[in-house]
Design a protein around this ligand. Structure first.
Ligand SMILES: C[S@@+](CC[C@H](N)C(=O)[O-])C[C@H]1O[C@@H](n2cnc3c(N)ncnc32)[C@H](O)[C@@H]1O
Length: 376
């Protein structure tokens, strides 16, 4: 492009020079001058063409040289490229060959190892199974032992609580017994307590109840030490009487002897009242013969018989059959209230007269106290 522009410029400069020379010749020399001008112009054109030709040739030579160099370079690149491709092909072939070889060897090794493992597993399977069984049974035993242990811990805390309660109860019984001996000051020891007889806490409660509330007319279901203790209370307050109902002649005689031995025959009577069938709301119950019971009114009823062996809720008839013989402010005391049967008896009594006041006393065997008139 540059080369072409230069050529055009040179031609323009030459043309301008030629026109200038021609114009000068015409002005100065006339028609002769024209011939000179044409000749000069031809020479100038030839010179110019020669000049341009040389320049063009030099330029073309340079281009040819460049092209040759480029060609050589391309050939070299092509050669190098084909050599490189050949090398790469060879490398790829050798790599894939070695990969195939390597894979095959590894596969064989892995297969061998697999066969060894499978054989070993087969050989040891019975042992594994036994171990699994042992592990399972150990786990079961451990879980079972854990259950047993927690049950034992529970039981132990239950036993500890029961022991604490028993300890407190023992102390309370000893305290009641000491106080009872001090208050009554008996010439003979009492029969063994808390077995067939009432416990010291109930005996002391009865003694206090009679003395503090001046209970004077007592009827008792089931004779024994309670009869003796309440007879002591009557003698202390100087008035009143205890009537004890006893279904067995043997124990009626025994309690009578006990009273006489303590010099209390005037304060308590044991009535031998064999059990008979009594009717309460169309139901038959075995109970002390009502014909033998005094008219009352009784301000204290102690229910400690007939024994459970006679029948379920054997103590129930006491309230329905003695209700008409109760004083207006009577107290009914039911022993063994910890037992299910006595709780049922107490519930039936309270249902029969919801106006009565009920208190559960924390005694060794449990006591229910019912008052026909609420205490003021
Ligand atoms: C639960 S016990 C209670 C007797 C009485 N309330 C007491 O606490 O001593 C009831 C029955 O024991 C019987 N009993 C009375 N004296 C007895 C004695 N010395 N030995 C064995 N049992 C006797 C009588 O049959 C009585 O009805």
């Amino acid at each position: 492009m540059l080369h072409r522009l230069l050529t055009v410029k040179i031609l323009l400069v030459a043309a301008v020079c030629f026109i200038a020379v021609a114009a000068a010749s015409l002005v100065w020399q006339g028609s002769t001058g024209l011939l000179v001008v044409v000749a000069v112009g031809q020479v100038a054109v030839l010179l110019l063409l020669g000049l341009l030709g040389r320049r063009q040739a030099a330029h073309d030579r340079r281009r040819v040289r460049d092209m040759e160099r480029t060609w050589k370079l391309l050939a070299q690149i092509r050669t190098e490229q084909s050599e490189a491709s050949r090398d790469i092909r060879r490398a790829v072939e050798s790599v894939s060959k070695s990969v195939v070889t390597l894979d095959k060897r590894q596969r064989e090794k892995a297969l061998e190892r697999h066969r060894v493992v499978i054989t070993a597993v087969r050989e040891h399977k019975p042992r594994f199974d036994r171990i699994t069984e042992v592990v399972k049974s150990v786990a079961t035993v451990t879980a079972e032992n854990r259950r047993r242990l927690s049950k034992l811990v529970q039981e132990q805390s239950g036993v500890e609580a029961a022991l604490r309660r028993a300890g407190r109860n023992q102390y309370s019984q000893v305290e009641s017994l000491i106080n009872l001996y001090r208050d009554l000051d008996p010439p003979f020891a009492f029969p063994p307590l808390a077995g067939w007889a009432a416990s010291p806490d109930l005996l002391r409660y009865l003694y206090e109840l009679v003395c503090t509330e001046k209970r004077e007319s007592v009827v008792e279901c089931g004779s024994g030490v309670t009869t003796l203790v309440m007879a002591y209370a009557m003698r202390k307050q100087g008035e009143g009487r205890v009537v004890a109902l006893e279904h067995l002649a043997e124990y009626a005689a025994e309690t009578t002897t006990l009273l006489e031995r303590h010099g209390l025959g005037d304060w308590a009577t044991v009535l031998h009242a064999p059990l008979v069938e009594v009717k309460i709301e169309d139901e038959i119950w075995p109970w002390y013969d009502p014909a033998k019971i005094p008219e009352g009114p009784f301000d204290l009823v102690v229910v400690d018989g007939p024994p459970a062996a006679v029948g379920e809720q054997s103590r129930y008839p006491a309230v329905p059959l003695l209700r008409d013989r109760l004083a207006s402010d009577a107290v009914i005391v039911l022993d063994d209230y910890r037992r299910e049967q006595e709780r049922e008896v107490g519930r039936m009594w309270q249902e029969s007269d919801p106006e009565w006041t009920a208190s559960r006393l924390v005694h060794e065997k449990g006591t229910l106290e019912l008052r026909t008139k609420a205490p003021e």
